[in-house]
Structure formats: C-alpha cells, structure tokens
Design a protein around this ligand. Structure first.
Ligand code: SAM
Length: 350
C-alpha cells in the first residue's frame, strides 16, 4: 500500500473514534488548556504507535454541530479544529459515497461539508478555486482540452470557463448528489455548469482517465481529502494515470493538503512521481477556513524538461484580470511557489 495512504490510514485509525463520534463536551477553554511546554514542531510526528488498520467509520456530520457551532474535527488535523457558527442547516443527507451537509453560517456564507470536512465557504472559496485553476491554466501556453476530477460543487468549472482559449471542459465527479445539491443550494459555485463547453461524467476519475490516454492539456484534481471516495486520488498510481491521460506538454494540478500538517505525507507522493513527470512543484495559498489556514497544490508537467509552471506562460487579457479574479494575478502566481524554509526542506529535502 502506498506510504502516503498508509500514513493517512494510520492517522485515520488513531483518531477515527474521536472524529466520528466526538465524546468530549466543549468546556470553557481556560479551564482545560494544558500548559504546553512541547518544542514547536510544524508537523505532528507520525508516531509508530498508530495502528495500521483502516476502520473508517462513516460520519454523521450533524453530530459535529454543538452549542450552535460546527466543529471540523478530523483525523487529518489532530488536536485542532475549525469552528463556524451555524445560522441554519439547509440540507443534510447521505449519498452512496459520503455524508453531505450544507448550512448557512453567521459570518462565512453558505458552507458545504462532506464527511465532516469543510469543502467550501462562500466567503473564501474564490482563493482555492482561482488558484487550483489558474496556476496550471496560465502555466500552459495554450490549454484547449481541460479535465476536472472531483469539483462537484462547480467552482473550478466557473474559473476554467474564464479562459477563452479553452475549447472543452470535462468534469468527472463520482457523486451525482454533490452536483445536484450544489446546483440547488450553491449557485455562486455551480454557475460553472452553465458553460456550453462543459461535459459532465458521473464516475470515478481514475476509471475515466484510463479510458482517455494522451487527451488533456490540463488536468485539475479538485478532490476531497484522502478519506472515503477520494482516497485513491492521493496515491502514486493515480498520478501515473493522470500522466497517461495528459497530452504532451500537459500540466496536472491536484489538491495537495497542508504543509503545516502533512509534509511527511506530501513528500513521499512528490518523490514517487518526480521520476515520471518532467517537473513537480508545490504551491501554497492562504485560505482561512481550511485546516491551519492554507492549502497546497502538487503541480506536474509532461514532456517539458525543466520548464515548470512557476512563471505564467500567458499574459491574461485585461478584462479577465480586472473583472474576473479576486485572488489570482501574475505576482501571486509566482509567489505561491515560494515556501517557508521548513516546508521547502521537508517537501524538497533542500
Ligand atoms: N475544494 C474542496 C477541497 O479542497 O476539499 C473539494 C471540492 S469537491 C466537493 C470534492 C469532490 O471530489 C467531491 O464532490 C467528491 O465526491 C469528489 N470525489 C472524491 N473522490 C472522487 C473520485 N475518485 N472520482 C471523482 N470524484 C471524486
């Protein structure tokens, strides 16, 4: 089993019981805060004490709503949680793949949660959707055929559609319920489905790519975290499958977790693929409601020796920059690849 997945499995196992059925009631913090004397470590040590079996238990995300707040506790961010105050629950159900919760928050707009993990909030989703889309798209000189894997909320589609050079956009989402509910409850994101270039496939992204070799100029994997249906999207074979599905000169960009929490998981993944892709780079952005306030992207290129995507290959039309983007521009594009020393060392071994 891929080390990356094994590590996630171990974390998943260690914390699953707390994660799925929170036992503690939230006491006033002052009373319970232990005096922390641990030396600061950017990453929780992946302890060998964690067992290796994977007994992922489906989540009922409504159990994470306590005292009028939603608390994002999770095995992938042990010992911390993002909490959002709940105004009202809009929808809650279980699809064949995951628990789906949509609620209105008091200060972050509408929120989509899958298996207890925040996917988007209306307040800051643009940061993620723009950067996971425009880093690879402006990192390619002329992207015509684009594949989005996951991305059922439609936010990435909305951003890809802003590129007039793109001729076709295929979305491959495993869960039709996410698509249906996003169209019904998240119009700010699902507007992307209205573009005539968009074709939707409801299936496993892995399976779809195997049937479409050498096809896409850009592949964007906007997946949930590696627990549940997205587990396969964080394994080396999946990156091999993306490579095969890329046309020569193509670029892949995937949700790459967080360098405060997961560098001992990100590094094996990058090490496992850098022999195949001509370049592999890690970019990072700020987004308040993702764990530790940020998220990264693993970006690989095919057949472009040494010519990664750190600098844009195209200058966007003035209209797109002025009207369409709230986070992305060319300076931000280049800055996203500048990592703090501890993260650069942990990810690249420099
Ligand atoms: N922006 C969010 C984030 O960073 O966590 C992810 C948004 S999107 C809702 C994630 C989507 O990936 C979900 O709709 C989920 O159903 C989909 N997904 C998970 N595994 C998949 C797979 N193997 N093939 C296709 N889609 C998948």
């Amino acid at each position: 089993m891929d080390r990356y997945r094994r590590c996630f499995t171990k974390i998943n196992k260690k914390n699953t019981k707390n994660y799925c059925r929170p036992k503690v009631t939230l006491k006033p913090l002052q009373a319970s805060l232990p005096s922390l004397s641990l030396p600061f470590q950017p990453n929780p040590p992946s302890s060998s004490k964690m067992s290796s079996s994977n007994d992922y238990v489906p989540v009922d995300s409504t159990t994470l709503i306590m005292d009028g707040w939603f608390h994002e506790r999770g095995p992938l961010w042990p010992g911390q949680a993002m909490s959002l105050r709940v105004q009202s629950v809009v929808h809650h159900s279980r699809s064949p793949y995951q628990d789906i919760l949509i609620f209105d928050s008091t200060d972050h707009g509408r929120v989509l949660v899958l298996d207890g993990v925040i996917q988007v909030t209306e307040r800051d989703e643009f940061a993620y959707q723009e950067m996971i889309s425009h880093l690879p798209l402006y990192g390619h000189p002329c992207p015509r055929r684009v594949l989005v894997i996951g991305g059922g909320d439609g936010g990435v589609l909305r951003e890809v559609a802003k590129h007039s050079c793109v001729e076709s956009i295929t979305l491959c989402e495993i869960d039709s319920e996410v698509i249906r509910l996003s169209k019904e409850h998240l119009p700010q994101l699902s507007v992307g489905y209205g573009d005539p270039r968009v074709e939707v496939k409801v299936m496993d992204g892995n399976v779809f790519m195997a049937a479409n070799p050498g096809t896409f100029d850009v592949i964007i994997t906007d997946s949930s975290d590696p627990i549940g249906p997205a587990g396969v999207l964080f394994e080396t074979p999946f990156y091999d499958a993306m490579y095969q599905a890329l046309a020569p000169g193509g670029v892949v960009c995937t949700q790459g977790e967080n360098f405060w929490l997961h560098t001992d998981l990100i590094k094996p993944l990058i090490d496992g693929i850098k022999g195949k892709y001509s370049t592999v780079e890690y970019a990072n952005i700020s987004i308040p409601t993702y764990p530790s306030g940020g998220i990264g992207f693993i970006i690989g290129t095919k057949g472009r020796e040494g010519d990664g995507v750190r600098r844009p290959k195209r200058r966007e039309e003035a209209r797109e920059v002025v009207e369409g983007f709230k986070y992305y521009d060319h300076e931000v594009h280049e800055a996203a690849f500048v990592l703090p020393a501890f993260a650069r060392k942990a990810i690249y071994g420099e």
